[in-house]
Design a protein around this ligand. Structure first.
Ligand SMILES: NC(=O)c1ccc[n+]([C@@H]2O[C@H](COP(=O)([O-])OP(=O)(O)OC[C@H]3O[C@@H](n4cnc5c(N)ncnc54)[C@H](OP(=O)(O)O)[C@@H]3O)[C@@H](O)[C@H]2O)c1
Length: 296
């Protein structure tokens, strides 16, 4: 990962006066890092809506929950159509899994990791992004979209067999979701000026994300997650460190920027040219259309 020398993010704390009353949606805010963001922002007075499958924060009245299985493109479309996009200040995507050792397929015919970690975000953005900030006047806060993944790591993805129908290997499939998310940031920044788009790379954090690969509660999982837990920040520590980014004035005018686990600006992966992004997105839309056809 290479640092982006063009600007620095210096805001180190987030105050209640900045956050209070802000409208935040966290897709994937029910668990792991997304949940840590949700609790941090709600604690500072934001009104937060989380989308996921299992709500774990019934004790916090300012966190609202919508239930959706985002492995399904139909569900992603339903949620996107219902979200009050025009009124949002902050939209964060943290939904994700890891590809399993054997290929899994959703009822809509999509490889499961591709569907959960990447394609539902594409579906949601197509519907939400054009509506973000609609009706706001100049000088008002420009809505921000943060996509969590692993940007800046040099993954370009390969669109030839995006749905892994001809051959399947967990790592390359997961790396396609990594590349896809980085491309959503770059494409979003080019395409929509009514909102700003940013990528987040958290490094390694101990959560449930690797369960699908290692087996939930397995020996391998306990050893590896134990080690990760010893060596890396908790989701709460990471959230505290990164949350100031969400509203930092330094980010204005830098749509498309990406940040490493410490909030340092990093350069995008060098292979992500406009042409490559165009082809990858076309392949993504072909898979989404296949899912839509599964309903007819
Ligand atoms: N942790 C790391 O080391 C690491 C490293 C690099 C990148 N990341 C990225 O960080 C993001 C957050 O990951 P995490 O580590 O916080 O993982 P996590 O603890 O497993 O949380 C994942 C979130 O996704 C939701 N989710 C999973 N399947 C879903 C489905 N079918 N429908 C709806 N929601 C679903 C979960 O909600 P429910 O529990 O309600 O199903 C949960 O809120 C991901 O984009 C991941 O790729 C993480």
């Amino acid at each position: 990962m290479k640092k982006d020398p063009s600007f620095q993010f210096k805001t180190t704390s987030l105050t209640r006066s900045t956050v209070a009353g802000k409208r935040v949606v966290i897709v994937g805010g029910t668990g792991g890092i997304g949940r840590a963001f949700s609790r941090e922002l709600a604690g500072l007075g934001a009104s937060v809506l989380v989308v996921g499958q299992t709500f774990r924060d019934t004790d916090i009245p300012s966190i609202e929950f919508w239930n959706a299985d985002l492995s399904l493109m139909r569900e992603a479309q339903r949620i996107a159509d219902l979200l009050p996009a025009e009124e949002l200040d902050l939209l964060i995507f943290t939904t994700g899994i890891f590809a399993s050792p054997l290929r899994q397929e959703t009822p809509e015919g999509i490889e499961r990791d591709l569907a959960v970690s990447y394609l539902n975000r594409r579906v949601m953005l197509q519907s939400i992004a054009p509506r973000l900030g609609a009706g706001r006047s100049a000088g008002q806060f420009v809505p921000r979209v943060f996509l969590m993944g692993y940007p800046g790591g040099g993954q370009n993805g390969s669109y030839d067999d995006l749905n892994a129908e001809r051959s399947y290997k967990a790592m390359p499939v997961h790396m396609n979701t990594v590349a896809g998310n980085e491309m959503l940031v770059l494409e979003g920044a080019k395409r929509w000026a009514n909102a700003s788009f940013y990528g987040l790379n958290p490094g390694l954090i101990k959560t449930n994300i690797r369960d699908n690969l290692l087996g939930q509660g397995s020996f391998k999982s306990r050893v590896l997650e134990g080690l990760i837990g010893l060596l890396t920040p908790t989701p709460q520590e990471y959230a505290k460190r990164i949350a100031p980014l969400f509203f930092a004035p330094e980010l204005d005018g830098h749509s498309g920027a990406m940040f490493d686990r410490k909030g340092v600006a990093i350069l995008p992966s060098s292979g992500l040219t406009d042409e490559h992004i165009g082809r990858f997105m076309a392949a993504s839309d072909t898979v989404i259309q296949k899912a839509n056809r599964a309903h007819h």
